[in-house]
Unconditional design. Structure first.
Length: 496
């Protein structure tokens, strides 16, 4: 295969040399395009045989010659259009140089529109320019017509290589391009939704002197000039809440967070998070905001051709279940009064690994994942978590052993996490110190005491509701995507 590929690459370089010898620049500076492919096709009314002049540009994806004529298909970001070349229209030299063109070359053509005998809208090419010579063949597959439907057989089916060479994956798979267009539409819709509710988009530090806002192992680096360790943020939360103290009542950030954890179908070390905070709101009010936001995002994805058919029909209000009763029903006993030994035994029975090294909060979390989370299919709010699982949430009114927290789950995955945010600095210090003790005991997912954040709280932090939504997982749910690497343009991979 390597020898064959080298032969093909050499043949393309020979054609490159021939183009240069003929005075053709194989890598252009630009091209004036008047239409994308689908716009050009739409500009020729049904039933009309001839149309106006257009200039289109894109990759050659199909080619067939017939003596003094040739047909090709050119694909751009919108779709594809047929090209028709005639020797008597282009001249001998230009037409003969078409033999130096390959599938995958990027070209620009100008000419008038026509409709072929089969009814296909086509550009009758009057001029052609090489814009970028393809020196490596793209892995295009074959197409065939089955019962009147075009069926494509991928020439690039290895998922590992598709993730590594996303540029080639996008070039040869229109459905992958459509998927990531849908992802962009989702994020745009979220911004529009929050901006329309008077939230202010802000940016907070990615490099932080102390990580916090979640239970996760951070990536650690070192700043040479300051001679100090820094951490890639695991969450945006503590900085966004500082801004609420400063007088921004509604803030949000869409950005990347980083967690030094395993890679699987739902986890990538670098991922996209939305966090937003609303002063004077509690977690129940934030549930209604989350419902409306997700329905809006689903509508935006549903509008993308080739993707929208998979989007579920979402009808608020979403179901609500309580954390403790749902887990008690799963394990068959009261987890709040159970000993650590009982929790470890139940976790072992549920298939949790290395239970003896897990803290009590981690045991509870693993049990909940096994018995409740993985069985939730339709969007469901799980509410009122134990205080040991929620170090930044306010105690539940009437039951201080619980917190006013919800998580939204669907198809066994967490989509959102939210609190009535803790704004008592004395209580917050005690919880930070409890986390620090767990960290000192070996739980490296726990952070320490953030004195600057406590100082901010001591100035007076308004009550607020806060929400975090993993946009990769939300997008996976809406598009029925099974692997997070299919939802991220450039997922983290081992070196080749």
């Amino acid at each position: 295969m390597t020898d064959e590929l080298n032969f093909v690459q050499q043949a393309r370089r020979d054609k490159l040399d021939a183009l240069v010898a003929a005075g053709v620049a194989p890598f252009a500076y630009g091209f004036v395009r008047t239409h994308e492919a689908t716009d050009a096709i739409a500009s020729l009314p049904e039933g009309q045989e001839e149309g106006g002049a257009v200039s289109v540009a894109g990759r050659i994806v199909a080619w067939r010659g017939h003596g003094k004529t040739a047909f090709a298909h050119l694909a751009d970001g919108s779709g594809r259009i047929q090209l028709y070349f005639r020797k008597d229209g282009l001249g001998d030299d230009v037409f003969d140089r078409l033999g130096l063109y390959d599938i995958g070359d990027v070209i620009g053509v100008s000419g008038s529109l026509m409709r072929t005998r089969t009814g296909e809208v086509t550009v009758r090419v009057a001029s052609v320019e090489m814009l970028a010579k393809s020196l490596r063949p793209l892995p295009y597959g074959k197409e065939e017509i089955v019962d009147g439907v075009t069926v494509r057989h991928s020439g690039f089916a290895d998922p590992e290589q598709r993730y590594r060479q996303r540029y080639a994956d996008l070039a040869v798979h229109p459905e992958v391009r459509a998927l990531f267009i849908a992802r962009s539409r989702l994020i745009t819709s979220i911004r529009t939704f929050l901006d329309g509710r008077n939230f202010l988009e802000v940016e907070t530090p990615i490099l932080q002197p102390l990580y916090g806002g979640a239970a996760a192992r951070p990536f650690t680096t070192h700043h040479n000039a300051l001679d100090m360790p820094l951490y890639l943020r695991i969450a945006d939360e503590l900085y966004l809440k500082r801004l609420v103290v400063g007088g921004f009542d509604r803030v949000y950030e869409i950005g990347h967070d980083f967690r030094n954890e395993g890679i699987d179908r739902t986890h990538n070390p670098e991922f996209t998070m939305l966090e937003f905070y609303q002063a004077l709101a509690d977690y129940r009010e934030m549930m209604t905001v989350v419902e409306a936001l997700i329905v809006s995002a689903a509508n935006a994805v549903r509008a993308v051709a080739g993707v929208g058919a998979s989007v579920p029909d979402l009808q608020p209000p979403f179901p609500r279940i309580e954390w403790v009763p749902s887990l008690n029903a799963g394990v068959g006993f009261d987890v709040m009064s159970a000993s650590d030994a009982e929790l470890r035994a139940a976790a072992t029975k549920a298939g949790v690994e290395k239970v003896n090294s897990l803290s009590r909060p981690k045991l509870l979390d693993e049990l909940f994942q096994a018995h409740v989370e993985r069985k939730i299919e339709t969007p469901t709010f799980v509410i009122d978590y134990p205080v040991e699982l929620s170090p930044l949430a306010k105690p539940k009114r009437g039951n201080p052993a619980l917190t006013e927290r919800f998580e939204l789950f669907a198809r066994g995955r967490e989509l959102a996490n939210a609190f009535s945010e803790l704004n008592d600095p004395i209580d917050q210090r005690q919880r930070f110190e409890a986390q620090a003790r767990l960290r000192d005991a070996g739980d490296d997912e726990m952070s320490g005491v953030d004195e600057d954040y406590l100082r901010a709280m001591e100035y007076g932090m308004p009550p607020m509701g806060g929400v975090g939504i993993g946009l990769d997982r939300l997008f996976m749910y809406l598009t029925d995507t099974q692997n997070i690497r299919d939802a991220i343009l450039f997922p983290t991979m081992r070196p080749e």
